[in-house]
Design a protein around this ligand. Structure first.
Ligand SMILES: [Zn+2]
Ligand SMILES: [Zn+2]
Length: 375
């Protein structure tokens, strides 16, 4: 289903060119795939908005659509550039340098403009989060063209003064109104505000001075990093324009869940089952730790919810190296599905119990048990 372009942009059929342009710029800024890595719908919406803009920003196409709808456009052989894009770089190529894209990000108008930021996501294991790790991230970015070093000219060819604006980079539009002359300035569309254009555009980037490339980068992830923490790599984002500094790269780190541990800041919590008879008699249990399996003693008479603390076996704190603790919760399990023989033994045990067997120890008041459970 193709949606009405007026509806897509949210403008009325009477909207003027300026309003259509302004609305598309705002939408493009909101929906740009760089900003919306996590929203798969954003890219589709962006393409839809781009197609709507393609139709409504061209007087002839708009008139055709107004009279005959999409069928009219189709029968005249019009096909949108906005659809069929495979990746961000394709979209970029189609729009970059052209007015909608350049202006959408407030980059028009000459002067140094900082490059945009990029966000990438990596997932690491809890063990890697504990030890720290180095991981490779791959991402697409707009980089300065190596062939022309960003000036857009084929090497060895001159850069000339823009004939449209005479080198000022600005254009003035004078409108006569009832209140007198209204002068408005905007960036020159020929040179994008630079005032200078290459005599022969660079064969690599087509004169834009920048191009989309795929990069891989090794990122050091510090020991102790938490899920959803971000690492900022200054200057690794998109290249700036007209000598502006590059943007930053943000690496969002996801720490995968480890079913053996619950993480609580720098502490880890593990739950280990102990059969009730073994808890009564005393036993040893095997506990997983980040450093491998460990045997711990379970004292005779251990009560449900008893916590054994393994000091220094938790997660390190970023930049400090000191590790938190691992808390082992002993989950005393009451046997189920008893055989006849087991029933007999337990009945015998029950008959033999004396008040002394069930007496609380000093630290086993109901209150301290509840506190322990809530810890
Ligand atoms: Zn180039
Ligand atoms: Zn110009």
């Amino acid at each position: 289903m193709r949606r009405d372009p007026y509806e897509v942009l949210g403008v009325s059929p009477e909207a003027g060119d300026a309003e259509i342009k302004k609305t598309f710029r705002r939408l493009a800024r909101e929906l740009h795939p760089d900003v919306n890595r996590h929203d798969p719908e954003a890219e589709e919406k962006f393409k839809e908005a781009a197609e709507a803009y393609e139709i409504l920003s061209d007087a002839e196409r708009r008139a055709t659509y107004d009279r005959f709808g999409f069928e009219g456009l189709d029968s005249r052989g019009y096909s949108s550039q906005a659809h069929g894009f495979g990746s961000f770089s394709d979209i970029f190529d189609a729009f970059f340098g052209g007015d909608p894209f350049g202006a959408a990000f407030g980059r028009g108008g000459g002067g140094r403009v900082q490059g945009g930021d990029i966000a990438v996501e990596v997932e690491i294991s809890l063990a890697d989060a504990a030890s720290g790790t180095a991981t490779e991230v791959a991402y697409e970015l707009v980089d300065t063209c190596e062939r022309c070093h960003g000036n857009g000219a084929e090497p060895g060819t001159p850069i000339e003064t823009c004939p449209t604006c005479g080198g000022t980079g600005r254009m003035r539009a004078v409108t006569r109104t009832a209140f007198g002359q209204l002068v408005r300035e905007h960036a020159c569309e020929t040179c994008g505000g630079d005032g200078r254009i290459p005599a022969e555009p660079c064969s690599e980037c087509g004169g834009r001075g920048r191009r989309a490339v795929r990069k891989t980068l090794q990122v050091d992830i510090p020991a102790g990093i938490a899920d959803e923490q971000r690492i900022r790599l200054a200057g690794r984002g998109h290249a700036g324009e007209r000598g502006g500094p590059p943007g930053d790269l943000y690496v969002l780190v996801r720490v995968a869940e480890d079913e053996r541990f619950l993480r609580d800041g720098s502490h880890l919590v593990t739950v280990v089952d102990v059969p009730a008879p073994a808890a009564a008699l005393g036993t040893t249990v095997t506990v997983p730790t980040l450093d491998g399996e460990e045997e711990i003693e379970v004292a005779a008479g251990t009560q449900p919810g008893t916590v054994v603390t393994l000091r220094g076996r938790g997660m390190p704190q970023i930049g400090r190296g000191r590790r938190g603790d691992q808390q082992v919760v002993l989950n005393v399990v009451v046997p189920r599905k008893l055989s006849g023989r087991q029933r007999e033994l337990l009945e015998e045990l029950r008959e033999s119990l004396t008040p002394e067997n069930l007496e609380e120890q000093a630290d086993e008041s109901l209150l301290s048990k509840v506190k322990r459970a809530l810890r």
